[in-house]
Structures are given as structure tokens and as C-alpha cells.
Design a protein around this ligand. Structure first.
Ligand code: DGJ
Length: 706
């Protein structure tokens, strides 16, 4: 960064580590017609040509701003001038938002102070770096140092100005049952904007953007950015007429505002920035490491996750005592470690039309309640988990009759339904308290070891019937309410595994990862679609954070029939579980499941803690390949989807292996050099049939003597 003319904080470089910097890339400035020129004798110094660290509007920058403030007198002008900076040890632990974690000796935070003495507003920019990571954490803070209230109309977390250099942009897009699709495209002149106004981070455009230059999975530069936030957000890319390129991330400005009274401060969520010169794999690997070391709860870091059997696709709402007992018996027999009772156990929940909010056990289905089931599972050495959708309320409930004012809605319009339900007003502390008490009571009374936290509709009518703040404050206040609830529950029950779900990966983002070590990434368990979903999600999220289940065929979402081995390999490439009627398997099927679980248990540590490498993209061709690697071994899966008679054999190259080592392949016992597997690749049979998978297991045997 540089301070230009003692005023403007500008950006100079973000990339590969430099030994020292002497402004070699600082462009000479040139006077231009239409450019604002604040210094009369230096007309070439115009905000239009400066690469700002945090641009503000109406002052000649003319591009998308990162902050907008309305003063009490209605003035929308601010001129933030550089004031000072300080460097502190540690990270800025935000008390009401999820945030990066790090001890004082692991991280340092640079805080740059800018201020406008006329408007009496201070802007602080935070940059945290870590000894063991190349990820940079950025955020911003506004402080009202005047005596009258101000209104923040926009506050981003990070803004970066670079030169357009034919980079491509990569973002996610998706929908229910097709999350984390990759969108890679050229950058045109103008403004490109993605984000969410749904009250949840996805599944349309989860917060992620990457700029890549001549990059593929293995080579080239990638600058990527994401947000530790789960609600309405905005990602901006702007290429102007001079080929300045601006990349920004933060709270969605259209659905946000915040009144800040005298002496109050407001913190933005944190943005995470990762630079890689090893292509997209390098970029994801730094995010994966960072999330594992500095975001998820330390209690769950590298902690073995249970092999789970979930009741949903086996029973849907038709759960009862006998069926769950049968499920526990089968689970114990086959080698599962936790049984999860999904939707349908409470109120009169026989369809999606009722009972959310009435969280008492349905005694028609479970005459003795759920405790005997949990105890029975315990006797069999199996954990027991339970499903909740705590943020919601169904129209026909006792809860709604008792507390009609707890629904998120305006006073004048009937609220809209979504999946037959309304959203609870989480800005209301009474509602927060109700959710905390209900979930905590169930956990304590039953002694469950796992909770699936679902959220199946998006927000309409974002208003509180009780609170008095402006409606544009609502979406962020909802998130603060939710984060408070999650913080209380996950801190009170650190030994309980909380799994995030929003009809699959509809709200999977780094913010949720702070509270939930794992997420059900898609309701779509189809053996073809899952390849893209998992491949895409892995661009940002570590494998340990994604759960994947083997389900029945024909697949319930697509009606497609994909061989068991392929479905098993896909689930094995995540934090694994099953979702089918395991109580009614044939002897052959049982044998296959038993051996699959045994194999997964042997490889679980490698899959969960090893380095993940994407090898062949299902977005680009007929195959999808990836590798799990640690110092001793590698497991590689190659999915080949459509059989083509032209393809006499398959070939997979394995960049990422140790160039100087020798590896032995498990089935053939053949020894290969790392360098040949990296550069020449490994040739494989191409068996007939669609949707097949090949698994290769390599053991490092020794360093090759050169
Ligand atoms: C949506 C989830 O994604 C499913 O796994 C299941 O829990 C249903 N909700 C239950 O209603």
C-alpha cells in the first residue's frame, strides 16, 4: 500500500512474496478530461486513476464504492483521509460474528485508521496475516466520533484494485440439488455482481470469487476471495475504461443499512483472501488448511467423525419406534457409528405442512418417547442424532397460536409461505431464547451426540413485529441473532457434532463453518450430479466439512441408476454416511456395505486430513478425478461417466505426488516413480458400461536415488 499526497490509501500489490518493494509497478499519472483533480497544481493526481484500498463515493473515483454513509444533516459526502496505523498481535476476534481464530503468537493484525473530521467518522481497515498460512483476513469498522447519529448505507469487508490483465473470473452458481457449479468467464468492461438477497448465503451464488491468469488446476496465478458470512452478501467485479479492475466483497448493500449513534462502532464481516501461484488446487488447499486451522472449532479439528446412517430417504416422515430400532440393529451389524433420526419425529409431522416449532415427540410414532432409542443405540455402542429446523414455524402449530408476534412479517401484509412454513423472527431475543432452550433441553434430556440443523426456505417479508429498527437493518440483525443462538449452543455442547444443512448446501459458507464442522452439501445424491457438486464445493471447502451419503437406486432425485461402487466412491470422497433402508438389504448387499465401511474406516484419516487434489474436471469432460494425499500414501478416484468405444484406455496424471519418491500400486504391486506418475501419468483399463469408477491406491515406498 501507499499513502498518496498524505491523503489517499492506495493498493500497490498482492501476490507472490517479494524480497523488497520499491514501487516498480506504480503507474505514472496522466491528466485526463473529466477526471476530478483535487490538487490544482497537480491535475494528474485524480482519484479516477488511483487503485484504492477502500473507495468511497462522490469524490472522483467514479467506480463502485466500498462504503457509503449518510450524515445526520442528510449529507452523503465523506472524505476518508489516512490518519495512522498500528500493528497488534493476534486476530480481531469479533464478539457477535464468526471470525478467524488464532493465538497472539500465530498472527498479526495491521489496523489502518482513516477519518473524516468534518463528518466526524472514523474508518478502520483490518488486515490479519498468519505465520502458517498465506490467507489474509480483511475487515472494516466504522466509528461514529461525532455527537449525532449517522446511517451506514454500505460497508464492504474488502476491496482490491488491480490492473486488468486478461484474468478470468470464477464464481459459484447453483440451486437446490445442484449446488456449487463453476462459472468461469472472461471479464468484460462494466460491472459484474453476484450475491444473495435471500437471507442465506446460497445456493444461488455463495460468497466466492477468483481471478485467474493462465491458470488451471495445477499452474498459474489465482487470487481468490470469500466471506465469513451466511446472509445477504455482494461480490463485485468492475473493469473500467482504463482497464482498472476492482474486486469487492461484503454485506449486500441493497438490503443493508445500520444506524450508528454517537460513539458506537460497526464491524463488517471478515473477508478471506488467498493468493496461489499453483493454480486452483493451490488456492483451495490454502483455504482448506486455513479453515481447518483457523476457522472450525478447535474441538473438531482432525477429530474423527462418525460413520452415519440417516433416516430421511429410508422413511421420509414415516418414522416410528420399530423402524428406528430396526435401523439401529442394522447399523450395529454393518459397522455404522451413529444413527440420525431426521424429520418427522415431533408434533404431528406427517408432511411438510405442519408442526415446525412444536418440538415435542409425536407419541403416536414413539409411545415411549425417544430416550429408549438413544439408550438402545448406546447399548450397541452407536451414537444417536436428531434433526431440527429451529429457525422455522409452521402455520398450524401451538407455537404460532401462543406467539403470533414471533413470525418474521410486516404488520400490514400476510407473510408468504415457503415449503409451507414461515421464518421465526430471530432478531427478537425471546425467539433466540426459545430456540436455545428447546434445542438444549432435547440434547440434555436425550443425550444425543449429533444434531442436524436444517433451514429450508428463504426470507421474504423481512420485518420484525416487535423491534423498532429500520427494515433494511433486518437481514443483518437476523444473522446476528442466529449467530448468537449458534454460539450459545455450540459452546454449551462442544462434544455434540452439529451438522449444517439448508436443503443440502443452501447455506454453506465460511460463516457456518465457524459453528458447524460439517455440512450436508446437497440433497442430490445421484452418482453423476454429485461429481460436479463435490468438485465445485472443494474449490473452497475442505473435504472434512462436506458430508456425502450413499443412497438407493433409482436415485430419488434423478431416477438414475448408478452402480453401487461409484456411489460408494463418491461418498467415500467426503465425510461419509448412508441414507437408505439398510434394514432390508440382501446378504450380498450387506456384504458390500460392510466391506465399504471397513475400507472407509481404514482410509478415513487420509481422506479427512490429507491434502485434496482435483485432477480431472467433470465440468470439462467425461471424467472426474481427484486424489487424497499424505506423506505415506495416496488414494485416487477416477470416475468415467459415458463409455465411448473410441477410448481404448484411460490416463490419469498425478501432480502433487513426491517427484523424488517411488510408489507402489496396491493391487498390481507395480512400482512407479513419482516423476513418471506426475508427468507421464498412469494408464488404466476403460471397462464397458456407464458411470464406472477406478480406484488407485499408492503407497510411498522410498525416496528414489537420483
Ligand atoms: C432437507 C434436508 O436437506 C434433507 O436432508 C432432510 O433433512 C429434509 N430437509 C427434511 O425435511
Amino acid at each position: 500500500m501507499e499513502i498518496v499526497e498524505d491523503t489517499y490509501l492506495v493498493h500497490r500489490y498482492w501476490g507472490k512474496k517479494l524480497t523488497s518493494y520499491h514501487f516498480s509497478n506504480r503507474p505514472p499519472l496522466k491528466k485526463r478530461t473529466f477526471a476530478a483533480a483535487p490538487i490544482a497544481e497537480k491535475p494528474e493526481v485524480s482519484p479516477e486513476f488511483l487503485p484504492f484500498e477502500f473507495p468511497y463515493p462522490h469524490q472522483g473515483d467514479f467506480r463502485n464504492s466500498a462504503v457509503q454513509i449518510q450524515q445526520a444533516n442528510g449529507d452523503e459526502l465523506v472524505r476518508f483521509c489516512f490518519q495512522s496505523y498500528e500493528i497488534k498481535n493476534g486476530v480481531n476476534q469479533l464478539s457477535d460474528l464468526p471470525h478467524a481464530r488464532g493465538a497472539d503468537e500465530e498472527a498479526q493484525t495491521l489496523i489502518i485508521y482513516l477519518s473524516d473530521q468534518i463528518a466526524e467518522i472514523e474508518l478502520a481497515l483490518y488486515y490479519t496475516i498468519f505465520a502458517d498460512s498465506s490467507v489474509i483476513v480483511r475487515s472494516s469498522k466504522i466509528k461514529n466520533i461525532g455527537t449525532r447519529p449517522i446511517k451506514i448505507a454500505k460497508l464492504f469487508s474488502a476491496s482490491i484494485d488491480v490492473r486488468y490483465d486478461q484474468q478470468l473470473s470464477t464464481t459459484f452458481y447453483g440451486t437446490h440439488q445442484k449446488e456449487f457449479q463453476l462459472n468461469r468467464s472472461e471479464i468484460q468492461h462494466g460491472l459484474y455482481k453476484i450475491g444473495s438477497s435471500r437471507g442465506a448465503s446460497g445456493p444461488l451464488y455463495p460468497p466466492y470469487i477468483a481471478l485467474s491468469k493462465g491458470a488451471d488446476e495445477f499452474r498459474g496465478e489465482v487470487h481468490a476471495m470469500t466471506l465469513i458470512y451466511s446472509g445477504n452478501h455482494e461480490i463485485i467485479l468492475e473493469r473500467d475504461q482504463y482497464d482498472h479492475l476492482r474486486m469487492q466483497a461484503g454485506l449486500a448493500s441493497e438490503t443493508f443499512s445500520w444506524q450508528l449513534n454517537a460513539e458506537e462502532t460497526f464491524y463488517s464481516p471478515q473477508a478471506l483472501l488467498s493468493y496461489s501461484d499453483r493454480g486452483f488446487n493451490g488456492s483451495s488447499q490454502s483455504f482448506h488448511r486455513f479453515f481447518t486451522d483457523h476457522l472450525i472449532s478447535p474441538a473438531w479439528k482432525n477429530k474423527e467423525r462418525p460413520l452415519l446412517i440417516n433416516s430421511w430417504e429410508m422413511t421420509y416422515y414415516d418414522v416410528n419406534h420399530k423402524r428406528i430400532i430396526d435401523l439401529i440393529d442394522a447399523a450395529a451389524d454393518l459397522g455404522f457409528e451413529t444413527v440420525a433420526l431426521d424429520d418427522g419425529w415431533y408434533g404431528k409431522r406427517n408432511s411438510s405442512k405442519t408442526s415446525l416449532g412444536d418440538w415435542t415427540v409425536d407419541t403416536d410414532k414413539f409411545p415411549d418417547g425417544l430416550k429408549p432409542l438413544v439408550d438402545y443405540a448406546k447399548e450397541k455402542n452407536i451414537g444417536f442424532g436428531i434433526w431440527f429446523e429451529p429457525e422455522m414455524i409452521s402455520p398450524k402449530t401451538e407455537l404460532l397460536q401462543k406467539h403470533p408476534d414471533w413470525v418474521m412479517r410486516s404488520k400490514n401484509y400476510e407473510p408468504l409461505l415457503g415449503r409451507n412454513q414461515y421464518v421465526l423472527d430471530l432478531t427478537n431475543p425471546e425467539v433466540q431464547h426459545f430456540i436455545i432452550e428447546t434445542v438444549a433441553k432435547t440434547i440434555m434430556e436425550l443425550g444425543v451426540s449429533y444434531v442436524k440443523w436444517d433451514m429450508n426456505r428463504h426470507m421474504t417479508d423481512p420485518f420484525s413485529q416487535q423491534q423498532t429498527f429500520e427494515s433494511t437493518e433486518y437481514p443483518h440483525r437476523y444473522m446476528l441473532g442466529l449467530y448468537r443462538v449458534l454460539n450459545e449452543l455450540t459452546s454449551a455442547f462442544p462434544e455434540v457434532l452439529f451438522e449444517n444443512c439448508s436443503s443440502g448446501g443452501g447455506r454453506l459458507d465460511p460463516g457456518m463453518l465457524f459453528y458447524f464442522p460439517q455440512t450436508w452439501i446437497s440433497d442430490n445424491t445421484d452418482g453423476l450430479d454429485r461429481q460436479q457438486i463435490q468438485y465445485g464445493a472443494s474449490c473452497l471447502f475442505p473435504i472434512s466439512s462436506m458430508t456425502g451419503h450413499v443412497s438407493d437406486v433409482p436415485n430419488h432425485q434423478t431416477n438414475r441408476v448408478v452402480p453401487f461402487k461409484t456411489r460408494a466412491a463418491l461418498a467415500s470422497s467426503t465425510n461419509m454416511g448412508y441414507e437408505m433402508n439398510i434394514a432390508q438389504l440382501t446378504e450380498d448387499e450387506k456384504k458390500a456395505v460392510r466391506s465399504h465401511l471397513k475400507e472407509y474406516k481404514q482410509e478415513r484419516k487420509l481422506i479427512m486430513e490429507g491434502t485434496f487434489h482435483r485432477l480431472q474436471s467433470p465440468f470439462e469432460g467425461n471424467t472426474c478425478g481427484w486424489m487424497f494425499l499424505n506423506k505415506e500414501q495416496a488414494v485416487i478416484y477416477l470416475f468415467r461417466n459415458r463409455y465411448q468405444v473410441f477410448d481404448l484406455s484411460l490416463l490419469i496424471k498425478l501432480p502433487g505426488l513426491d517427484h523424488h519418491a517411488l510408489y507402489q500400486e496396491e493391487t498390481t504391486r507395480q512400482v512407479y516413480s513419482g516423476s513418471e506418475l506426475i508427468n507421464c501419468g498412469l494408464a488404466l483399463e476403460n471397462p464397458k458400461g456407464d458411470c464406472i469408477v477406478q480406484k488407485i491406491k499408492l503407497k510411498k515406498i522410498e525416496a528414489e536415488s537420483v
